[in-house]
Design a protein around this ligand. Structure first.
Ligand code: C2E
Ligand code: MG
Ligand code: MG
Ligand code: MG
Length: 292
């Protein structure tokens, strides 16, 4: 066992991938206690505008600091939280924490950025989700335009009728909606135009071999073109090098996220990063300024 490393949870995480750990997690071990004891933290990964490489937003990504096992990645515990139903209180904690942080940044006078939050399947199906989000917006008193919800194709397609209603409710509240991991699910293009969403996030698996695998180039190019004609913003996930970045700029992908710019960071590290990289944000800022 070793202490969690704030900059790279995954090193630690590989070390603890033992049998005992797997069994512990499978039993839902400690998740409930972890919520009660506040062992969760949000990390923030910048969203960068391709045009000028300005940071215009961030994605909130959950981390679990286990007192014994160290930092545990969401891919490990989110599915277990889903099965046990604990995703509901946990997911609500994530939205509340993200909105509280937006409020703090606003009060600190940091350049307004948008913050996106991932929803899980069961959380999205929760009948009172819209009320929960409205309650949190009222409580924290933030501009709803700064909150973005990331959904996946499978979530949207499981109950299309109910989904469309829910998405419209969110739009009326002013919250933005995007499709995460786009291209890996099975959404139908016929429905895509019916969902009131604002952005597509192209999955990292298509970005990885950009410039190496011609088929990925074709897919990415076509996805961006389609999104543009549907008036959707496109964000590329997992941009790790300059070659990928220059191709994405050529294809007119508006925003990117990836290790090339920054890994997900603790709140403190992200604030330092923001001071450095977004203080020249002018009137042309893609994100509306709070209070204006
Ligand atoms: P995601 O929403 O697609 O988030 C992107 C994941 O890719 C993050 O992993 C991020 O750290 C990683 N990533 C970003 N840039 C790069 C890059 O350049 N290269 C590589 N190799 N990876 C990159 P993370 O934080 O481990 O999260 C994994 C998944 O767990 C997320 O995928 C999301 O589906 C889920 N997740 C994270 N936080 C939450 C949460 O609060 N609620 C729910 N329901 N799911 C969450
Ligand atoms: Mg996401
Ligand atoms: Mg996701
Ligand atoms: Mg993704």
């Amino acid at each position: 066992r070793s202490k969690a490393n704030a900059h790279n949870g995954y090193r630690v995480y590989e070390e603890v991938m033992s049998e005992g750990f797997n069994a512990y997690l499978t039993l839902g071990g400690g998740l409930r206690k972890a919520i009660e004891e506040g062992q969760f933290e949000l990390y923030y990964q910048p969203k960068v505008r391709s045009l000028d490489e300005q940071t215009v937003g961030a994605e909130a990504l959950i981390r679990w600091h286990h007192p014994e096992w160290g930092m545990i990645a969401p891919d490990k515990f989110i599915p277990i939280a889903e099965e046990s139903g604990l995703i509901l209180p946990l997911g609500e904690w994530v939205i509340r924490r993200a909105c509280q942080q937006l409020k703090i940044w606003q009060e600190q006078g940091l350049a307004p950025i948008s913050l996106s939050v991932n929803l899980s399947g069961r959380q999205f199906l929760q009948p009172n989700l819209v009320d929960v989000v409205q309650q949190i917006l009222d409580e924290t008193d933030i501009n709803p335009k700064l909150l973005e919800l990331e959904l996946t194709e499978s979530m949207l397609m499981s109950d299309v009728h109910g989904t469309i209603k829910k998405l419209h409710d969110f739009r009326e509240m002013g919250v933005s909606l995007s499709i995460d991991d786009f291209g890996t699910g099975y959404s139908s293009l016929a429905y895509l135009k019916k969902f009131p969403i604002q952005a597509l996030k192209i999955d990292r698996s298509f970005i990885q071999d950009l410039g190496i695998d011609g088929e990925d180039d074709a897919i990415v190019k076509a996805t961006i073109a389609m999104a543009q004609s549907l008036n959707l913003k496109v964000i590329a996930e997992g941009v790790e090098n300059r070659q990928q970045m220059s191709l994405l700029t050529d294809y007119q992908c508006q925003e990117v996220q990836g290790y090339l710019f920054a890994k997900p960071m603790s709140c403190t590290d992200f604030e330092v990063y923001l001071e450095k990289f977004s203080n020249s944000c002018s009137d042309e800022c893609a994100i509306p300024r709070v209070g204006v």
